[in-house]
Design a protein around this ligand. Sequence first.
Ligand SMILES: C[S@@+](CC[C@H](N)C(=O)[O-])C[C@H]1O[C@@H](n2cnc3c(N)ncnc32)[C@H](O)[C@@H]1O
Length: 530
Amino acid sequence: MVVLQLASIHLCCLAEKKKDCWSKPSKLGESSVTYRRKGSVQQQQQQQQRKAHKVNLDISPHRAVSAVRLMRIEFGGAFADLLNEKGKGSGDNEMGYVERTLGFCTRDLDDRDLRLVTDIVGGTIRWRKYLDYLILSLCHDPNTFSRMEPLLLQILRIGCYEIVKLDVPSYAVVDENVQLAKVSLRPGAGNMVNGILRNLILLKETNSLPSPRVEGDDRAQARALAILHSHPVWMVRRWIKYLGHEKAIQLMMWNNSDPSFSLRANRGKGFTRSELVSRLETLKVPYELSPHLDDFIRIKTGMQSVIQGGLLKEGLCSVQDESAGLVVSVVDPQPGESILDCCAAPGGKTLFMAACLNGQGMVTAIDINKGRLRILKETAKLQQLHNVITTVHTDLRTFPEDNCVTYDKVLLDAPCSGLGVLSKRADLRWNRKSEDMEQLKNLQDQLLDAASKLVKAGGVLVYSTCSIDPEENEERVAAFLLRHQQEYSIDSAERYISAEFLTQEGYYFSSPVKNNSLDGAFAARLIRQS
Ligand SMILES: C[S@@+](CC[C@H](N)C(=O)[O-])C[C@H]1O[C@@H](n2cnc3c(N)ncnc32)[C@H](O)[C@@H]1O
């Protein structure tokens, strides 16, 4: 998924609104409460009450906040990437959540704390299956693990992650997580954290951490790899089937690595890549120019400075992965054209296509999700592209029935599994189920059929996904071409992208395994004959 930074911040508000209230599970501990959104007056009252409360200075705020965020992601339906959006997502309410979950608050987070929270939350989610395996192995009795309070489990996961995957001094990890469990739950919980973490440190120091053997039949091997690389078993089996063992492992390692980001200078606002580079140099953010796209640069660190420097708020650039930018290259938008973006929100590709029009032509952006479409509209205004973007809130599957207009180019960036973007979407691997794949494929077929009716004779239809799964990509296009033999044929993407991204069939495909540092994405360019 390509998440526009600003869109993310807005989306977070939506995600929060969607979950107006949620009850913490009863196993949480004595201070189990119902989370409820309060109006602004109530928020102020809460803040005043907090001032009257005892602030716990013994526990680092980043550990307390990380534990609470993990609870919200697992039980409250919050999205990791949004909450983790460089520490922004939770807004002023962060300490309110901490206090209601843990029964105390800590000092406010500074920039360093925010970075730590981002690392710990992202890493703990990614490594969840492996961390649970370690914790279970150290519990001795499986019932202790299965009956564990959710908050205690989060604290243990954080501690294990810090010990095994981060270079944090072990005394600090043990002391603070023990303290956190004691104060927020009960003394016995602190003792359990103490026992498990100290054992883990011993095992790590003697190089004897528990580890499943990759042996036996395919299923058993997939199960072991799923633990070692912390992914659902069904995904591992699917990737072994399509990519083979070695590449499946490389892919999982990529998914577990720290994501890098790219920024697109917004030509629509007359802001060039050189100007973006100067601003980044002033902000002391290290960057690399994209070798594939003229408007893009890559950054590995420094997103916080980009946000604070106002570049996104001023609409001067967007956070957009190059893999998504290359889909727009395949569409090849030209000034004066009429373009339909069928599944447009939150608008990453719409905005890039609109910027390519140089003020002439129109991108019509339709989406079934009103909230996401509103974000697109707001961003278009911010980026001064609203004159070349029209939004339509509708279901694409019924849109052709009421609309007889056809377009020069139609982009269908279909809803998909997102299996190409798991490095950026830490929690997505746990939210996707294998059953989703069949439903998504059906929807993709229906959407392709609908989109195909909206292309002019001689016009172009581009089908794209941010998936690396052939069943959502090549197979959907092959099935479509069978249904529309007389109307559509493949137009090779070779004129629009470099050879490293070109498949044998003439499609665009970026693979995290092959095209290092890009997310996975796919696009097929089809021409309408009649
Ligand atoms: C992969 S996202 C699109 C991302 C977008 N193209 C971008 O670059 O930012 C898929 C979008 O399809 C929309 N969608 C799903 N089903 C739809 C339908 N039946 N009609 C229109 N839009 C739909 C979803 O609301 C979602 O915003």
